[in-house]
Each structure stands twice: as C-alpha cells, then as structure tokens.
Design a protein around this ligand. Structure first.
Ligand code: BTN
Length: 327
C-alpha cells in the first residue's frame, strides 16, 4: 500500500492525527506524511490541518478491507481467498484482470476491486467517473467453453446479479435499462461493462466490470454527463461497501456460473421484471441511424425487440447502441 493510501486509512476515522504519530505508525518521515497529505488534497480529499493537533479528514471514510470482504462472503470465503485482489489505485479493474488473463492466469472467479481508477472505462469508448474511496469499482473474470458470441446476453444477466445484490442489501425498486444500466427512478445508479476475449471457436474469457455509485462527491458529479444517483441518496445513511462488495461477488458468481449452464435462460424473465422501459416508446441509435418504437421484449440472446408503428418487430443487439425513452 502506498504511503498516501496508508495515511488515508489512518485518517478514515475522521479524528485528528498528528504528523508525528502518522509518521511513527507508518514508519516514514514527517516530510513523507506532509507529501502524502498534499497529494490527497490534490485528489480532492478535504483534510483539515490544525497546528498542534494534526490532520483530520472532513468526512470519515469506510476504506475497502480485504479481510472484511472475505468475512462477509461467509461460506465462500475459501473460494475468494486466493482470487480477490484489493487495490488502492489502478488504471481500470477490468484492464487489470484482462492483463492477468492475457498473461495466462485463469479467468474463473478472478476478482479485482479498487478504491480509485485512473482510466476507468465505460461503454462505447467513454470513461467511468467515480469519487475515489467512496464507490464500488469491481471486475470479475470468468471463462466459458464456447465461442465469444455466447457471451452476447451476459451484460443483461450481470444486471440481474446487481439487482439481487442490492436487494440483499435492502435496496429495492431497481430498474434495468437495456442493455446494461442499473437505474433507480430513471437515474443511473450503476453501469456494467463486459469485455470478451477468445478464439472464434472458443473457449472465451470474459471480464465483467461493475461501477456502482455509492457516494459521488460534487467534484466528480459535475463531470457526469447523464442523470445519475447514488446509494447515499437512496438509503439516506452510510453504506457498508465491504459488505456490498461481498454480496456483488456472491451474486455475480451465481449468475456467471448459471449463464454457463443455460445462457440467459431464466435470467431473462427476472431481467424483464425490472425492465425500465417495458412497453414504453424509445429511440434507439444504432450505427448512426435512429429507430423509434415500443420496447416490447428481449429475446433469449438478450437482443431488444422493438415494435415499430406498423407493428413490425425488429431485434437489436447490444454493442454500439444507445437508447432513450421518448414517452
Ligand atoms: C457504463 O458505461 O455504464 C459501464 C461502466 C463500467 C464501469 C466499471 S468500474 C469497474 C470496471 N473497470 C472499468 O474500467 N470499468 C468498469
């Protein structure tokens, strides 16, 4: 762990800590503590510095803790023990797993969670903005003995995994926007990204990336260019990120394994129960062309079935597609 991350962990209780005490506990000089605090200030953390008392973090933090996450995975602890990577900062948790998989590490059940991403990726070449240390940035690897095309409906299945995990945490009324956004009251709460690698004839490896807004601070909020919400606004109290990461691991593994046995299968019905735009008129942009119609259903591969004004139904596969409700 970097000195900066270690300082943040010690300050996470929101109490005053003197530079001398921090230096002693981390076995670094006071100058190194000062440098670490400066870098945290530059990253947007509000740290008060009071002569004679030391440093204090304005709003306390609940840092990710590998042991706490493993404990919260309960009976799955031994499964995740050798598979869960908890990082302070990384370019992208999905990139991290893709690199490991490319280097020959097994994909199945590899999980990476980070406090901050320097190059978080979203769908359609966009970035993913998240306030460091306050949100959930999680990726999971899996492999299927099938061609990459098999993974087509997986992002829908992943939405179901997130709904189940949130439900476990007491958060209900979640909606799913095709193909892979998690909404609360028409605002984006989480985004999902599925990267697929593999030979045309199989096997294939996938990395599922989950970005869940737990607490988005004003600095990042101004950079998000779509309606969004976070768990703090929904539940009105601090959220235990470690416990929620454990639930996401459990539910994602459940869904990824089930998808291997029967594809979208019964996940399709569960997805449809949460469909944000069921029966609503939508505009879908695909390859630069706009299509309007009623979002009517999804098929067994996860394609959106759109009914146009003449009653013709056309299937749209995810990929470079964007969707907006217009009624
Ligand atoms: C979207 O555009 O809605 C998908 C966002 C996916 C973001 C997550 S955060 C964890 C993982 N790492 C990344 O770089 N992206 C995904």
């Amino acid at each position: 762990m970097s000195t900066r991350a270690a300082i943040l962990k010690l300050l996470s209780d929101g109490r005053f800590h003197s530079g001398t005490d921090l230096g002693r506990r981390l076995d670094v000089t006071r100058a190194a503590v000062h440098k670490g605090v400066k870098s945290l200030l530059a990253a947007g953390f509000e740290i008060h510095s009071v002569g004679g008392r030391g440093y204090r973090l304005e709003s306390p933090l609940d840092p990710l803790d590998r042991d706490a996450i493993l404990t919260d995975t309960g009976a799955e602890r031994s499964y995740w023990h050798d598979r869960l990577i908890v990082l302070d900062e990384v370019d992208s948790t999905s990139q991290e797993l893709l690199r490991r998989i490319a280097a020959g590490e097994p994909a199945d059940g590899q999980a990476c969670v980070a406090e901050a991403q320097t190059g978080g990726r979203g769908r359609r070449g966009r970035g993913w903005i998240a306030t460091p240390y306050r949100n959930i940035l999680l990726s999971l690897g899996w492999s299927y003995d099938a061609a990459p095309a098999f993974a087509a409906g997986l992002s829908l299945g992943a939405g179901v995994a997130v709904v189940r995990a949130l439900h476990d945490a007491g958060v209900t009324d979640i909606a799913l926007k095709w193909p892979n956004d998690v909404l609360y009251g028409d605002r984006k709460l989480a985004g999902l990204l599925v990267d697929v690698r593999g030979e045309a004839g199989g096997p294939c490896q996938i990395v599922l990336g989950i970005g869940l807004n737990v607490q988005v601070e004003p600095r990042e909020a101004t950079m998000i260019d779509q309606p969004w919400t976070d768990l703090r606004a929904i539940v009105g109290q601090p959220v235990d990120r470690n416990r929620l990461v454990a639930r996401l691991l459990y539910r994602s593994r459940e869904v990824l394994a089930g998808f291997g046995r029967s594809g979208l299968g019964t996940l399709r019905e569960e997805w449809l129960r949460h469909h944000a735009h069921a029966g609503r008129r939508v505009r879908l942009t695909h390859g630069g062309q706009a299509h309007e119609g009623v979002a009517h259903d999804i098929d067994a591969q996860g394609a959106l079935l759109l009914r146009d004004d003449r009653g013709a139904v056309r299937a749209f596969h995810s990929g470079e597609v964007s969707l907006r409700p217009i009624a």
